[in-house]
Structures are given as C-alpha cells and as structure tokens.
Design a binder for this molecule. Structure first.
Ligand SMILES: *[C@@H]1O[C@H](CO)[C@@H](O)[C@H](O)[C@H]1NC(C)=O
Ligand SMILES: *[C@@H]1O[C@H](CO)[C@@H](O)[C@H](O)[C@H]1NC(C)=O
Ligand SMILES: *[C@@H]1O[C@H](CO)[C@@H](O)[C@H](O)[C@H]1NC(C)=O
Ligand SMILES: *[C@@H]1O[C@H](CO)[C@@H](O)[C@H](O)[C@H]1NC(C)=O
Ligand SMILES: *[C@@H]1O[C@H](CO)[C@@H](O)[C@H](O)[C@H]1NC(C)=O
Length: 508
C-alpha cells in the first residue's frame, strides 16, 4: 500500500507524457521476443507510443504498438532454421561448431538488416524517439542508431546477469557468490576467464561491423565502439535474486524476473481447456521443447522414444508438435498443437509435470506456477539452466539423444511419484511471487526514470570505465608485492652490512 501511494505520488510529481519509444528486437528466438514484448506491453498500458522492429512475426492480432516487421531473406531464414535442426540432432564438438556458425549467421543477418529501407525509414521518419529499448542478442553495433538519434539506451536482457551484459553497467563479478569452496571458486574463476576471452574476441568482430556501418552510412562523427558500450543507461534483466545465486548487482542492473508471466492467466481455448479440465483424476503432463527447436524435426529415433513413453503413461499429455501432417502416433491421451500458450497451460491446476528444453523463460514459468520438471536440454545455456534446476531440487535432467525408454519413463514417474520435487518448487513459487513491486511496474518505473533524466549517467558505476586490472586491483596487489620484495631485500642487505661491520670490528 505504502509503495502504491509512493508510486502514484512520484508519477504525479514527475509526470511524463506518453513518450515515443523505439524497440529493436532482431532476435530469431521467439522466446526472447516474448520477454521483450512483455516490457512493451507494460509501457503501452502506461500510455507510451511504442514502435517495435522485429524479424519474427508477432502473435498479437490487434497490436497497440506500431510493428515494423522485417523478415530476413528466405535463404537466410532457411539456413538459420536448419542450424537449429542440426544443433538439436548433434552432440559435442559438432554441436559446438554449428552453434558458433549459427551465431555468426544471426549476427550477419542483424547487421544486414540495418541497411534495409524499412529499417532506415524508422530512423529517418518523422517520429522523434525518446529512448531505445534494445533487445540484446550479440548485436551491439545496432546501438549505432541510438547515437544517430541521440537517445538513451535501455538494454533488455533475457537471462541472469552474466559476462554477456555485466560490463555494460559495471556489474561486478564476484566468483565467491557461485560457491565458496576452493574447487568451486577455481571452476568459476576459470569459467569467467574463458568467457572474458570469448567476449574480447567477439567484440573485436562486433566492433568491425560497427565501424563498417559508420563508414558506409557516412557517420564518422559517431562515438567509437568502446564509447558506445559505455553509454548504456540501464540493463533490465529477466532474473530475480530468488531464482539464482545472490549477486552484487549495481543500481543500473534492474531485475524483472518473470515479467513474461501474466498476473492473471488468459483463458485457454475450448479444446485445450476441456482436455485439461478432463485430466483432474489422472493429471496432465505438458511437453514442449520451446520455440527454437521443432520437435517434429528431431531425429525420428529420438521422437520414437519420447512417444513410446508418453503414449503409455496414465496421465494426459499436451504436446507441442509442429507438423500437423505427420503425428508421432495417435494415442488417445495425447493432445497435439503446433503452438501453445505455455504460461497459461502451466497455470492450469491439473498440470503436474513439465517436460521442457530448459530455456530460462520456460524454467522460470514452471517455477512460478509450482510445476516440477524433467529437462531435456538442447543447446547453449539450456544445459546450465537444467543442471541448476536439478541442483535446486525441482526435477530431473536427461539427455534425449542417449536416453532409453526406461530412463525417460523412470524420470517422469520419479518426479510425479516423489512429492519432494513438487514440494520444493511450490515452496519456491511462494518466495518468487513475494515482491514489493511487480516486474512490470519495476520495468516501467526505470524506463520512465531514464526518459525523465535523459539518460542515467549519474547511475553509472565507475567500473564501466575501468578494466580487469583495476577492478580486481591487480595493479595495487602487484605494487604491494614489489614493495614488500624491496623491503625484505633492503633488510637483508642492511643485515649483511651490519654483520660484516660487526665482524670487522671484532677482528680489529
Ligand atoms: C507513434 O509512433 C508512430 C511511429 O511509429 C508515429 O507514426 C505516430 O505519429 C506516433 N504517435 C504519437 C502520438 O506521437
Ligand atoms: C472430456 O470428457 C468428456 C466426458 O468424458 C468427453 O465427452 C470429452 O470428449 C472429453 N474432451 C476431451 C477434449 O478430451
Ligand atoms: C510410481 O508409482 C506408480 C504407481 O503409483 C508405480 O507403478 C511406478 O512403478 C512408480 N515409479 C517409480 C519410478 O517409482
Ligand atoms: C525423493 O527424492 C529425493 C530427492 O531426490 C530423495 O532424497 C528421496 O530419497 C526420494 N524419496 C523416495 C521415497 O524415493
Ligand atoms: C552517453 O553519451 C552522451 C554524449 O554523447 C552523454 O551525454 C550521456 O551522458 C552518456 N550516457 C551515459 C549513460 O553514459
């Protein structure tokens, strides 16, 4: 209540009229868009005028924002989709190779998009934008347009604060927060070092894109790439202290974990609602490997294992399956659909288990609704997310490329039979929902804050302008070591001197 009153007061005093906000979300991951678009939705509801650029179609039938849809060229789209399929069907180094080449491809796509007429029309149109809401996806060079338009940047980030975004706001990395044991700290230290190195190499490439854009568009007076990266007002991250390790976040790192989860679930369509309502005695399992991986394009031998198990469990199953011309089988307990409102399904009381690929958004939605999980991670951060979920006791983790039918069935039964997983995740759900201000209001507040103050340089940590040596005071440590060395050396020399003098006196 106090907070509400305070909020209204602040709004009244520092009233800002509907601002023109430009959202650039050129990711090829629909799940990233779900998160960015929930910030857009919150802003639109506060009366702001949003213009949103995406490369994927959006689901809204009557959008309350202006949508500039710039699909990638057909061959690029096809190639990116094929990489996803390859990644889902390979392991180890082959998987890693495809992962790297697909990142290259997506980065290229996001770069080429900047030269399209539609994109340039947005920048050079009559609308005077007040802020860039920037969906981060290894696309730093696109922030050139904030420079062109001379507007502040707010980054929207879909994961926990990590080395991909920490440096933008000087968020400190303290390896001890990930576990204080010597072995764990050694692991974290090395992992952060490797990520740092990957970042340095990656940004070397990204800087080249930026410089090239400046040159081609004749924008020589824009800031350097390094300055560009130090010009971020805030990062809005889709994490919350309760769902990860407790970190030392700077004020410019604003956590809005679970922002994609609707305060009240939307109504399910009739078929789906009836199917789930009908599952009250036996319960229902929700199976989805997310938006990037089409289950229908997995190697048929993996699909067979999954189908053979799911068709024989006593629960009903809602299965996200993308190819309506070719179902894995027509067991009566399975309901197929090529697109499913995940958040609303997980909110249904009869859903007892979520079989997920372990995307950050999916895990968080399951945690919010208190549904235990069996994770079948595919690539990227999903493996780490799934491991963390298992460590926290919310479910189990399997490799779908090697699991047998027995492995899969046992894991499903174990999570359903043993109430520990459900109890843990429902306990978490209570903690996760307990917040002074909702994620949406938090995001809106800080974005309006940046608009009101025309950027938030006063919020910036001095660490943004330093390097690793300074952040860890390695120079100070080095200096002290040298001083100590010299001091010891001096004492030794003096002692030797005194000793030789003393001996001499004695001899005399
Ligand atoms: C909102 O933004 C669009 C551009 O995307 C612009 O055409 C329109 O005039 C803006 N509306 C207001 C009220 O500024
Ligand atoms: C739900 O159960 C009723 C009664 O058993 C049945 O007639 C109906 O077909 C079921 N609906 C679905 C979608 O399974
Ligand atoms: C789970 O419980 C069912 C009966 O309720 C039983 O048939 C099954 O073997 C159990 N599975 C495991 C893995 O404990
Ligand atoms: C249930 O799972 C927990 C966590 O894995 C385990 O410690 C416990 O022994 C299990 N209980 C039974 C009855 O299997
Ligand atoms: C970004 O750069 C502009 C000058 O180009 C400066 O006025 C502004 O304060 C900077 N913003 C941040 C967050 O550093």
């Amino acid at each position: 209540m106090m907070y509400k009153v305070l909020f209204l007061l602040i709004e009244f005093v520092l009233c800002i009229e509907g601002a023109n906000i430009l959202g650039i979300f050129t990711t090829t991951s629909a799940s990233h868009n779900i998160i960015h678009m929930s910030i857009v939705d919150a802003l639109v509801n506060k009366g702001h005028n949003l213009t949103v650029v995406t490369v994927l179609p959006l689901k809204d039938k009557n959008p309350k924002y202006h949508h500039v849809y710039i699909p990638p060229p057909k061959d690029v789209k096809k190639s990116i989709d094929e990489s996803m399929i390859q990644m889902a069907n390979t392991k180890g180094f082959d998987n890693f190779k495809v992962f790297i080449s697909s990142i290259k491809e997506m980065t290229n796509m996001q770069y080429n998009l900047m030269f399209t007429e539609e994109f340039q029309n947005v920048i050079h149109g009559p609308t005077k934008f007040d802020l860039l809401l920037f969906g981060y996806a290894v696309n730093d060079f696109q922030m050139a347009i904030a420079q062109q338009l001379k507007i502040p940047v707010v980054i929207s980030w879909v994961n926990v604060p990590n080395s991909m975004v920490n440096f933008f706001v000087g968020n400190p990395v303290i390896v001890g927060t990930e576990g204080t044991g010597f072995g764990q700290r050694m692991k974290s230290f090395i992992a952060h070092g490797v990520m740092k190195l990957v970042n340095i190499i990656g940004h070397y490439k990204l800087a080249q894109y930026y410089e090239e854009y400046k040159e081609i568009m004749n924008l020589q007076d824009l800031q350097s790439y390094q300055e560009l990266q130090k010009n971020i007002s805030i990062v809005i991250g889709n994490s919350h202290f309760s769902d990860g390790v407790i970190r030392a976040n700077v004020p410019a790192y604003v956590e809005v974990g679970g922002i994609q989860i609707k305060p009240k679930p939307a109504a399910l369509d009739n078929d789906l609602k009836e199917f789930l309502d009908n599952s009250s005695t036996q319960g229902a399992i929700f199976f989805s490997l997310g938006s990037n991986v089409k289950v229908s394009s997995l190697d048929p031998k993996f699909v067979k294992v999954i189908y053979n198990v799911l068709s024989k469990v006593k629960q009903n199953v809602v299965w996200k399956w993308e190819d309506p011309s070719n179902f894995p089988g027509n067991s009566k307990n399975i309901f197929y659909r090529n697109w499913l409102p995940q958040d609303d399904i997980l909110a249904h009381k009869n859903v007892k288990l979520f079989v997920t690929h372990g995307g950050k958004g999916s895990i968080v939605e399951s945690q919010y609704h208190g549904v235990p999980m069996v994770a079948l991670p595919v690539f990227g951060d999903q493996i780490g997310n799934a491991n963390q979920m298992v460590d926290e006791g919310y479910g189990l983790n399997l490799d779908y490329q090697t699991m047998s039918e027995d492995d899969f069935r046992n894991s499903i039964e174990e999570v359903l039979n043993n109430s520990t997983y459900t109890d843990n995740v429902q306990q978490f759900s209570k903690v996760y929902r307990d917040r002074p201000i909702s994620s949406r209001d938090t995001a809106v507040y800080w974005i309006e804050y940046v608009i009101r103050h025309r950027g938030a340089s006063h919020l910036q940590s001095p660490l943004v302008h330093t390097n690793m040596f300074v952040q860890y005071s390695l120079d100070v440590v080095g200096f002290l070591f040298i001083m100590l060395y010299l001091f010891v050396k001096m004492i030794k020399i003096s002692l030797r001197f005194v000793k030789s003098r003393f001996l001499k006196i004695k001899q005399d």
